[in-house]
Design a protein around this ligand. Structure first.
Ligand SMILES: O=C(O)CCC(=O)C(=O)O
Ligand SMILES: [Fe+2]
Length: 493
């Protein structure tokens, strides 16, 4: 409730600002402005940008090929996300690639990783090309991890102090060795020094466990939202903070726009504002209308890093250019409640309250204590709404790349079925007269609370499913997985 009130307040503030702005717009800067670098240095210093020529050519080739492969295999999908109780399709199409069993939740949508090749895991890919694509992205991930470490060091953004008793040279070697052991650093990237006790902090904030890939072809979009505060033009992704990340972790973004000839040459630099043909990342300080915004052009193969708390203090958006564009956004997802290992653990915990009579085979509950019932029913909701419905709502999209999730999902469904039995057993048990009136009332009221929430969420998911099938009715999918609006009469039955 508190969160809802906070969100409402923010919404009102936003509405008021837009009303006050009317036709006018807040100022923002691009590299064409004299004070652009000064503004960047003073107000956006934790945004680090690297031009494509700093990245090894073979890595560019590998990664760009992997984008094209994934597009060719129709692996990108628009998500039906839920913002402030309403459902929207994202203009960009996405795919999540990362550690096996890891998920990333954004805007009430849990995405499941297409696993990248990982030692100790047997992963069957639908084709060797998809395997190669995932392999290229883990290579990019390793590269960006090292670049983030270097950038954090360069800005002295490490938390702890140096330890005095370890000679610098030892510490340097330890760090480089531990990175190399992880197979994530090439020789030319390893010549930097970090005190050993900073290693954990550094590593936990730069060890990306997922990359969320984005793709959009602006020509296929009938309508793109206009950037509302600064007049920066077409937006592919609206202003936001990235969510579900480990606190103060870095986000690294590799950008690949399929430009023909350099687009900026046709742009009249005397014109105000950013070049609409070129993709940009837009930045602004959150809840600040004094500091001008920033629009940074992104050309083929450039990358940028959002270091430390930049993602909390600032918001970013993606401004569309004219050509199709991919990006790979590497993140340290907070998966404390988002891994397969976690949810299996939860289910096993819940099922500890179920016992089978060795003679009759009859099922019963071990305990009817309110706290136990509550915990089991909450896990029941968690596995149903955070995992099973999330997964199946996205249809069979994951099968485009791998069948990796099918087995664990079947297992989760089996657990869920047992929990359905457990819910009916609670009702069965409270009908018996073995408990005192007071005990019974306590169990029932707590049970009812979780059950009411289950009912509400089931209704919400049913509505989402209807909306999704409606979308299928009005929109047709083209070969790139992008959907195009068609009049209902164009659909042949
Ligand atoms: O594509 C980009 O440059 C950034 C995309 C982004 O902000 C996101 O996916 O959260
Ligand atoms: Fe973002």
């Amino acid at each position: 409730m508190k969160r809802r009130a906070g969100e409402r307040e923010k919404e009102l503030k936003k509405k008021k600002l837009l009303e006050e702005l009317g036709e006018s717009r807040l100022p923002y800067m691009t590299p064409a402005d004299a004070d652009f670098h000064q503004l960047w240095k003073t107000k956006y210093s934790k945004l680090v940008f690297r031009k494509s020529d700093t990245v090894p050519e073979e890595l560019h080739q590998m990664v760009q090929e992997s984008f094209l492969t994934l597009r060719k295999h129709d692996c990108f999908f628009q998500d039906l996300v839920r913002i402030k109780g309403k459902d929207f399709f994202t203009p960009v199409s996405r795919i999540l690639i990362g550690n096996p069993g890891c998920t990333y939740k954004y805007l009430n949508t849990r995405l499941f990783t297409v696993p990248w090749p990982t030692e100790g895991y047997e992963i069957k890919y639908c084709s060797p090309q998809i395997h190669d694509a995932c392999k290229a992205l883990i290579k990019l991930n390793d590269y960006l991890h090292i670049e983030a470490v270097k950038a954090l060091q360069g800005q002295n953004l490490l938390e702890s102090k140096e330890t005095e008793d370890t000679p610098v040279i030892d510490r340097e070697q330890n760090f480089a060795t531990s990175l190399r052991e992880k197979g994530s650093v090439s020789q030319d990237q390893s010549s930097f020094c970090v005190p050993e006790d900073d290693f954990t902090s550094l590593n936990s904030r730069t060890s990306y466990n997922v990359t969320l890939l984005n793709y959009m072809d602006p020509l296929q979009m009938l309508y793109l939202k206009q950037e509302p505060y600064f007049g920066m033009g077409n937006m592919a992704v609206s202003w936001h903070h990235d969510e579900n990340l480990v606190e103060r972790s870095t986000v690294a973004v590799y950008s690949y726009s399929c430009e023909g000839s350099p687009a900026e040459e046709t742009y009249d630099q005397k014109l105000q504002g950013r070049d609409p043909a070129v993709w940009h990342v837009g930045l602004k300080v959150a809840w600040d209308i004094e500091t001008p915004g920033l629009a940074i052009p992104l050309h083929q193969g450039d990358f940028y890093l959002m270091l430390d708390d930049l993602n909390m203090t600032h918001q970013h958006c993606v401004l569309a250019g004219f050509s199709p564009r991919f990006s790979s956004t590497h993140r340290v997802a907070d998966c404390s409640r988002g891994t397969l290992e976690y949810i299996f653990g939860q289910c096993e915990l819940a099922l500890q309250n179920l016992q089978t009579d060795s003679n009759s085979g009859a099922l019963s509950l071990k305990s009817l204590e309110t706290a136990v019932v509550k915990q089991v029913e909450e896990i029941h909701n968690e596995v149903e709404f955070e995992w099973l419905r999330q997964f199946w709502f996205q249809g069979k999209r994951y099968l485009k790349c791998t069948d990796w999730w099918l087995k664990p999902m079947a297992k989760l469904e089996e657990y869920w079925r047992k929990m359905e039995t457990m819910s009916s057993l609670v009702l069965h048990e409270v009908r018996k007269k073995e408990q005192t009136e007071e005990q019974r009332n306590e169990t029932i009221s707590c049970f009812l609370l979780v059950l009411t929430e289950r009912q509400r969420l089931r209704k919400e998911w049913t509505a989402r499913c209807i909306l999704k099938s409606w979308h299928k009715y009005f929109f047709l999918e083209n070969c790139n997985g992008m959907r195009t609006l068609v009049a209902p009469e164009c659909i042949s039955w």
